[in-house]
Design a protein around this ligand. Structure first.
Ligand code: UFG
Length: 315
């Protein structure tokens, strides 16, 4: 198919773009490079540098859009809510209008576990309440709401994938954020000598070791779900799926695995809680397994960390 991948120079978008090219699709990447890297656009994909608010020309001849371009840091969204509403919701609405004008009726959207907020139960299923606790999650939930409306009103076909904690690498494609806030890359940067220690944000949560528990999913497994989602897009319907492995690991457990994988003692310093962090976030991915036949191939936290480490230390 002829596909447009917005945000395809970013971490997740570039891995999906690479898998789409490998599967034989004709891929155009649209990215304004505000947080992405031009060298992450896979060979074989056409690259258009630009904003999703001006996607018009890049949409010519396109059959479906995979939409990743977004601001995605929870902490930053609390400090700059306007940026998140304008980029994530405003930008997506502009993209949806441009798609409508060009007759593009299929979209796969990068949604998030942050749409659920503080969960009432674990693992989280798609029908659980959505009560986001920060502007990032709220802006993504607003897009999900818009997609449901566009499916009903205009016959758009949409699939939203709600990611839990994405990690690992796909070959050389790895997380490369200017300001890194995510746990696994920050821990591994201690092993490369880029940081002296890692901070543990709170040890007084109601979990077995007192640190937050998250559901880590390999970026390669996550990306593969997008190819299945693309096949499952049905005009007039908006389908929503969680994507995680269904198993939680605490911050302390992740640091231990990083120590084993790297052979480095990785000093950890206990600090205060980070605002807005729920104690436990674990996905039920039973729906996507049942309906789309998705199955994780690299579900072990050791494999996830090892692939992230190989990409980082191999540079
Ligand atoms: N953490 C630390 N030290 C660090 C970094 C993180 O202790 O240096 C802790 C956090 O407090 C949290 C856990 O490690 O408890 C994971 O934090 P991340 O920043 O890696 O990931 P988050 O769970 O905050 O958020 C990620 C994505 C969001 C997404 C969310 C959904 O960044 O976009 O997963 O689960 F919404």
């Amino acid at each position: 198919m002829r596909l447009l991948v917005t945000g395809g120079a970013g971490y997740i978008g570039s891995v999906v773009a690479a898998q789409l090219v490998e599967a034989g699709h004709e891929v155009t990447v649209l990215d304004d490079l505000s947080t992405g890297h031009a060298d992450a656009v896979p060979e074989g994909a056409r690259f258009v540098e630009g904003s999703i608010t001006e996607a018009g020309d890049a949409l010519a001849g396109v059959e479906a859009v995979l939409h990743f371009a977004a601001r995605s840091l929870v902490g930053e969204s609390v400090e700059k809510p306007g940026l998140y509403w304008s980029h994530n919701l405003g930008g997506t609405l502009a993209l949806l209008e441009a798609m409508h004008e060009r007759g593009v009726r299929r979209i796969v959207f990068s949604s998030t576990a942050a749409t659920y907020g503080e969960p009432e139960r674990s693992p989280i299923v798609e029908s659980d309440p959505t009560r986001p606790t920060n502007p990032y999650g709220a802006s993504k939930l607003a897009v999900d709401t818009a997609l449901t409306a566009y499916a009903g009103l205009r016959g758009l076909g949409a699939v939203s994938l709600r990611y839990f904690n994405v990690a690992g690498a796909y070959g050389r494609l790895r997380e490369r954020h200017t300001v890194e806030t995510h746990l696994i890359p920050n821990v591994l940067k201690v092993a490369t000598g880029e940081r002296e220690s890692v901070s543990v944000f709170g040890t007084d949560y109601p979990t077995a070791d007192g640190t937050c528990v998250r559901d880590y999913i390999h970026v390669s497994d996550l990306a593969r779900a997008h190819l299945l989602a693309l096949d499952a897009v049905t005009e007039g319907q908006h389908k929503i799926y969680n994507l995680g492995n269904g198993t939680g690991f605490s911050v302390q457990e992740v640091i231990s695995v990083c120590r084993e994988v790297t052979g480095h003692d990785i000093p950890a310093v206990v600090g205060p809680r980070r605002a807005g962090d729920p104690a436990v976030l674990v996905a039920s991915s039973e729906k996507i397994q049942r309906e789309l036949g998705w199955k994780a191939e690299r579900a072990s936290i050791r494999d996830i960390v090892a692939d992230a480490w190989d990409a980082l230390s191999g540079e």
